[in-house]
Each structure stands twice: as structure tokens, then as C-alpha cells.
Design a binder for this molecule. Structure first.
Ligand code: FMN
Length: 230
């Protein structure tokens, strides 16, 4: 919530800049890639608990993301309560059963085949935390007046990426899960109708015998994702 009185331009000296030598920079870039390529979506979670403070700090990291006009058009609901998790599982599986029974296009279902997913979502019960990411189409000033948010999908995508990276850094594994449609989450989690649920991120530790689909290990080579005009 923004206080209207705080909305003014004021230039501060750049805080916190981490100045590196060229060598340090090379190493940091390689190390980060090496760390991030070890992130894997998993679907086989253990029920090992994760402290609430860890989740809170990861969400704080997500909240540092850039956003259109700095409106920060996101809200995260972190759920450890077994009853809530089970209600989410029931509602998500109902949507998923419809999807797999023909609600999803043939092309979409074919695209999912190598991932090996189905309508069964036990991780929604088992993972110690589910984080539901909501997008806010509107914000409110402290006096209640409504304002429009800009570049909401872009901002949400970046913040969610920060969140996944933070959780990975904390030694946790995740599954980005998008039951389709997801509207049931707004009501179930008592969020205002102006908020749109974007994804459920299941968070926890993998089972000892957790697997990943082999296709998920294949990432496009640099030449396919980067064009350089030097
Ligand atoms: C927006 C988005 C939605 C996704 N939805 C689902 C989903 O509903 N169910 C699922 O099992 N995986 C889902 N995934 C996970 C992808 O299948 C996974 O990211 C992909 O296979 C690559 O694997 P990796 O995350 O291990 O690199 C989703 C990922 C993203 C980014």
C-alpha cells in the first residue's frame, strides 16, 4: 500500500553496488550458471518440514524484484496448513481431470507427454509448503483510492523467477504448478477478486528416489537463445 505523500521523485546515491574486477565477474557469472543449472522441478516430495522463516526470507527476496512503476503487483500466499493444502489438491485435481479428459487440446496434451504428468497431484498434500502467486491488476493508496498496475505479467514473471532462485539457493526444490483454470484459488484463499492466481509453487525436499523427466534436462543451447550484435 502506497502513501500518496511518498510519491515524489528524489535521487539517492546508488546504494549497495557490488563492484567486481573483470576476473571476479567472469567467475561469478560461471558460478551462477553452474548453480542455476542444478535447479530441477520435482514431483516427488518428502514431507520433511521447512521453517517458516526460510519461506519468509525467500518471499522477501522475490519482493525485491523490479516491477512496472515499482507498483510490485504481487501477493504470495504461503500455505503449510494440511487442511488448506488438501482442499487445494482436491480442487486442482478436479480441474486437472477435466483437462486430461479432453479439456486440454490434443497438441497441449501431446506436449505434456514427455514430462509424464497426470491428473494426480499428491505433492499438493505432501510438500510442506505451497506458495500461491497472485497478480494484482490494481493497487490501493493508503486512503483507499484505486490505481492501475502496469506490466503485471512481466513483473510477476520476474518476481516468481527471483522466488524460485531464492528457494533453490536455500537448498529447496520446487514444482511450478498451473492447474487450468485456477480461479478457485482466489476464493479458497480469501483473496480479493481483483487478484488473479498465476501459479502454485510446491516447495520442499525431494524424496531420496525422486526422478526428473529426461527431457527437462535438455535446455536450448546458447546459440539458439542468444543473438549478439557486438
Ligand atoms: C508457468 C509454468 C507452468 C508449469 N506448470 C506445470 C504443471 O502444471 N505441472 C507440472 O508438473 N509442471 C509444470 N511446470 C514445470 C515444467 O514442466 C518444468 O519447468 C519443465 O519441464 C522444465 O523442467 P525444469 O523446471 O526441471 O527445468 C510448469 C512450469 C512453468 C514455468
Amino acid at each position: 500500500m502506497f502513501a500518496k505523500s511518498d510519491i515524489k521523485h528524489e535521487a539517492l546515491p546508488l546504494p549497495d553496488f557490488h563492484n567486481m574486477t573483470d576476473e571476479e565477474m567472469q567467475k561469478a557469472a560461471v558460478d551462477f550458471y553452474d548453480f542455476m543449472r542444478k535447479r530441477h522441478s520435482i514431483r516427488d516430495f518428502s514431507d520433511r518440514p521447512v521453517a517458516r522463516e526460510v519461506i519468509e526470507n525467500c518471499v522477501k527476496a522475490a519482493g525485491t524484484a523490479p516491477s512496472g512503476a515499482n507498483h510490485q503487483p504481487w501477493h504470495f500466499v504461503a500455505i503449510a496448513n494440511p487442511e488448506f493444502k488438501h482442499r487445494i489438491r482436491e480442487a486442482a485435481e478436479e480441474e486437472e481431470r477435466r483437462f486430461y479428459a479432453g479439456g486440454g487440446s490434443d497438441e497441449w496434451l501431446k506436449a505434456l507427454e514427455p514430462i509424464g504428468t497426470s491428473a494426480d497431484k499428491p505433492h499438493l498434500d505432501i510438500a510442506p509448503w505451497l506458495i500461491v502467486v497472485f497478480a494484482q491488476r490494481f493497487g490501493h493508496f493508503d486512503d483507499g483510492e484505486k490505481f492501475k498496475n502496469y506490466y503485471v505479467p512481466e513483473s510477476i514473471g520476474i518476481a516468481s523467477g527471483f522466488l524460485l532462485a531464492a528457494l533453490h539457493t536455500a537448498g529447496l526444490t520446487t514444482l511450478t504448478h498451473t492447474p487450468n483454470p485456477m480461479k478457485f484459488l482466489t476464493e479458497l484463499l480469501e483473496r480479493p477478486p481483483s487478484e488473479k492466481p498465476i501459479m502454485i509453487i510446491a516447495v520442499g525436499h525431494p524424496l531420496d528416489d525422486a526422478t526428473v523427466p529426461s527431457v527437462a534436462k535438455w535446455k536450448k543451447p546458447l546459440a539458439d537463445i542468444l543473438t549478439v550484435k557486438a
